[in-house]
Design a protein around this ligand. Structure first.
Ligand SMILES: NC(=O)c1ccc[n+]([C@@H]2O[C@H](COP(=O)([O-])OP(=O)(O)OC[C@H]3O[C@@H](n4cnc5c(N)ncnc54)[C@H](OP(=O)(O)O)[C@@H]3O)[C@@H](O)[C@H]2O)c1
Length: 344
């Protein structure tokens, strides 16, 4: 099969379209003919060598968010059949010992993740444990399903499992045009929260409003903490959902009200952050929470909610597999809103 692979870290030139052997399923595995793979920032930062998931190995085929059609099943697979349209849960937590991918990771050591630590969807075919594929409804295009896994599960876990977001609360969500935040904004609205969105351009702010955000501000030109206070009549927001990291850490903290929660699940602008005022932190009882990986049992319920159709699928653009480098560079320049799709 054709796959976009890299053997060493570097710029877009390290990506090579090569022929590799087809994946062979173990007794409880399936092979999926990839129809669509959505990009994530991790694809680019691992390729550049800026950050590595524990468990990452070279050579690597990226692509965590994969949807397609099952073309082979292992001997002990009875609930998934050749021809099924599926989306893959890429987290390799809770994998049966009979899988080829067993023992490749857990939640807190090596993070076994299809497309992040083992071969993913930048290829014609992708291997997954049968327990980690979910049926795609007949009327859902496969590229829509590919926008779902990493973004929706990470956002849902951060907002609800870690952050405990409730109906009626206010949440500020940064980088509104990112994959994670287009999911996070919609999940928060769906749960009955008021959403304050921030983004790096006025155009992205307008897109966030159209997607359901209640209030928006440009985080490169405005006082983000002041915005949060103004919108909440001086009280501050209940939660900040952040994966930008360094650049917005201080304003996020000062935008929170008493007992506010800053939930972090990423570090796109840098890995270091300074608490600008410990006094503000303890007087206000602020909680800073790291959002750990989602659990296998969380995937199904969030997928069911997504399939009910209340969510707008936000696809920025589609590329052929051969043009993966151009797609990744577009992501790195942040010239997108929503998800970028590869078509193997
Ligand atoms: N914890 C987990 O399980 C998990 C899962 C998935 C992703 N992540 C992490 O979450 C982050 C986002 O992932 P993603 O795939 O959704 O990324 P993405 O779609 O590429 O979006 C990243 C956004 O970050 C914003 N940004 C970057 N530098 C900035 C700066 N200096 N100031 C303000 N905003 C800045 C940009 O927004 P603008 O366009 O508005 O400038 C950019 O579009 C990454 O760090 C990723 O590794 C974590």
């Amino acid at each position: 099969m054709r796959a976009m692979l890299y053997e060493e870290p570097g710029g877009p030139e390290v990506l090579r379209l090569v022929e590799v052997p087809d994946p062979e399923p173990g007794p409880v595995d399936v092979v999926v003919e990839v129809a669509a793979t959505a990009l994530n920032r991790l694809d680019v930062v691992q390729r550049n060598g800026w950050f590595r998931m524990p468990g990452f190995e070279l050579p690597h085929i990226a692509g965590m968010d994969v949807a397609g059609t099952v073309v082979a099943v292992g001997d002990d697979v009875h609930d998934v059949a050749v021809g099924d349209r599926v989306v893959i849960d890429p987290s390799l937590a809770g994998v049966d010992d009979r899988s080829v991918l067993a023992g490749r990771g857990d939640l807190f050591g090596d993070l076994g993740i299809i497309g992040a630590t083992v071969a993913g969807g930048y290829a014609q075919r992708c291997l997954a444990p049968a327990s980690h594929v979910h049926a795609v409804p007949d009327d859902m295009p496969l590229e829509h399903a590919a926008t779902f896994p990493t973004c929706y599960l990470t956002a849902a876990h951060a907002l609800f499992e870690v952050g405990g977001l409730d109906a009626g609360e206010t949440v500020m969500i940064h980088a509104a045009g990112s994959g994670l935040s287009t999911a996070g904004m919609q999940l928060a609205k769906h749960a009955g929260a008021t959403v304050l969105a921030t983004a790096g351009t006025d155009e992205k702010c307008e897109r966030a409003l159209a997607l359901g955000a209640d209030h928006v501000v440009n985080n490169r030109t405005a006082d983000v903490a002041g915005f949060a206070r103004e919108v909440t009549d001086g009280v501050g927001v209940n939660m900040v959902f952040d994966h930008v990291g360094t650049a917005l850490f201080g304003p996020s903290l000062f935008g929170l009200g008493v007992h506010g929660r800053l939930v972090n699940c990423g570090n796109s602008s840098g890995d270091e952050a300074t608490i600008p005022s410990l006094g503000y932190l303890f007087h206000s009882g602020i909680r800073i929470l790291g959002s750990d990986p989602y659990r296998p049992e969380e995937f199904g319920p969030v997928w069911d909610t997504f399939c009910q159709g209340d969510f707008e699928v936000v696809i920025d653009s589609e590329y052929d597999l051969a043009d993966a480098a151009a797609a990744q560079e577009k992501m790195l320049r942040s010239e997108f809103f929503g998800k970028i799709i590869l078509r193997p």
